[in-house]
Ligand binder design. Sequence first.
Ligand code: ZN
Length: 227
Amino acid sequence: MLARAPQQTIINFHGIGEPARTLEPGEAPFWLGAEQFGQVLDQIAAHPDRARFAITFDDSNISDLAIAVPELAKRGMTACFFVLTGRIGSPGSLDRSHIREMAAAGMGIGSHGIDHRDLSRLGGRDLRAELAASRAILEDVVQAKVETFSIPFGRYNAGVLAAIRRAGYGAAYTSDGGTARDSDFLRPRRSLRCDMDDAEFSAILSGQSSAAKRLRRLIGMSLKRLA
Ligand SMILES: [Zn+2]
């Protein structure tokens, strides 16, 4: 029997440092300070079971290349970066040469759609465009297959997942928390926020947080049943 891929905690980042574009409503807490970011990477690098962690970035901010890639490289780490193709080359966002440079540095490149839309609210044609057109653009940029998709705002339903599969992606990254295997289509992640305290960061990195969350969910479910 083949050994199964190990369960991984996938840590998701957004912007690092000072934003170089106007933020969307509610986006600010998802930007981490550069120092805070370095400390989280240090904790992952020092973890006794470092292979248990994967790292991703959403939104293709310029800080991906300016801050994240050098900090990852310094620690011998790689990550997957999910690009909004509608922002390629706009102020504060990665351009085509940045994305190629990151791919050449061994970083994974995936799609985050075109215009950062809530896919669960889109009709079939718009949904297909977000998935297929963004993939085609990225494959043209990196001259390689793009097989991973990160779902904007973590909002999805069965129709969205089916459309992601039909568009040819092999994996869909959500923001549901928990762990995933490399072989899973659905890959829940933990998004870090700057307003989390050290205890919360440590809990996520130790894996306690997902267990605690599962427990709270179970308790919530049985309370609902009793109601
Ligand atoms: Zn996003």
